[in-house]
Write a protein that binds this ligand. Sequence first.
Ligand code: BES
Ligand code: ZN
Ligand code: ZN
Length: 495
Amino acid sequence: MDIEILNRSLFEAKSQLLVLPVIESQEYGELNEVNHKLNNAVKDAIKDKEFEAKPNQLYSLNTLNNLSHKKILLVGLGKEEDLTLEKIRQAYGSCSKYANSLKIKHYSTILLKSKKFKPEEITQVLVEGARLGSYQFNKFKTKDKDKLSKINLLSIITSNKEIAHSIKKAIILTDSVLLVRDLVNNPASLKTPTYIAEIAKKVSKESGLKCTVLQKPQIEKLKMGALLGVAKGSTQPPTFVILEYRPNKKAKTIAFVGKGITFDSGGINLKPWDGMKDMRDDMAGASTVLGLMRTAALLRLNINLVGLMPLTENMPSGSAMKPGDILTTYSGKNIEMLHSDAEGRLILADALSFAEKNFKPDKIIDLATLTGACVIALGTNIAGLMSKNKDLVKDLLKASEDSGERIWELPLYDEFKKEVESSIADVKNIGNPKGYAGAITAGAFLSEFVEKTTWAHLDIAGPAFIEDASHYLTPGGTGFGVRLLIQFLLNESSK
Ligand code: BES
Ligand code: ZN
Ligand code: ZN
């Protein structure tokens, strides 16, 4: 979806749909003139309480040729004192969904006037919401392909040229989120570890990242026994992608690590159907790392970054790892592998210690669709955050508040480490057999593989993939984490 600034009057600009954002009981401004041209239809709707400007409320009117736009769409934003940027983002997500439902190709809008937020801020979230909400994954649809809805253009009617920069930023960011959604939505048999590594190379080339792909022989040479253990059951070889962005030698370095299980069948501890059907999403963490690195490079953030993507399938077969096996990790520690479906923490173990040893970053943040327990605890809108570092927790919660991507802290007390102690090796890959505190014991396991670096773990099993559409979210992959962590980096680099 392209975005243009249209420096014209609202009454001269033409489109199939004009979106008018409305704050509850605001002086209606432009709305008065529109209302006038529409013979009081807008005021009537408000008077009759058909439209109350509640957040995300939509109300459409046919203009019957009384305006240069075919239809208008009022979108509610609630009360001014409760207005947030997230509400504006969501409102425009809903507008794009509405435009899609009518197969509208071009819509326009005006910039909301608010005492609380600058036009630049409003533009940024408007474009984010509109572009994210318009996304559809229909590359595998063949019927009536030409009739599928696709919004090509959104015109922002304004004389304010200062917003051009915000538009550019929002396009870079949302393109990255949509790249992640596409990767997560693609079928597992297409997006093998080799395929994702190829995509990572292509994206890196386009965005100016350094990209190194380790193939299986190199992974073997490095003795990443946990990643290799998980890969043993698959006919697809694992890959390990290293992305680097180093704009400034003097700036600090942050490493991101993302779980890249391109399909999680559970392995020998095979999942049942309902637990397995969406498991192509188990590489969401790794794709988010790619999306995030792409964004940081294109926005030229002044901070050094490393992105690591350990990639493999988790499959059952005659050559698969067996419960009771011992895996020797890159760090040298031995894992008693008791459950092949707790595979995410295995590949992360190797990637986390690889990050720490080779890049000596100031901070490490990992993202992983790690546990069903986290989905039970927090649902599908909120990711679990685990860290021992209070400042990092604070900074991530602040970025969450600013970006609208929700995270919530789970306590990573030392006592949870006891749950993953093994009687025959250094650690075991499952905690309490009843699954108690399953998200946290997974975090406690990971903590064994970060020796001294400030580190946070985000369990994104809930919000990475959703069934239902709402506002700017669409069913399937969400791209969760890109906006959160870009916000975190923006806050970090302005410290
Ligand atoms: N990939 C799953 C976790 C998951 C569940 C992601 C639901 C997205 C939605 C992970 O590898 C897994 O299977 N974890 C097990 C761990 C258990 C065996 C200790 C789980 O959560 O059941
Ligand atoms: Zn699993
Ligand atoms: Zn998994």
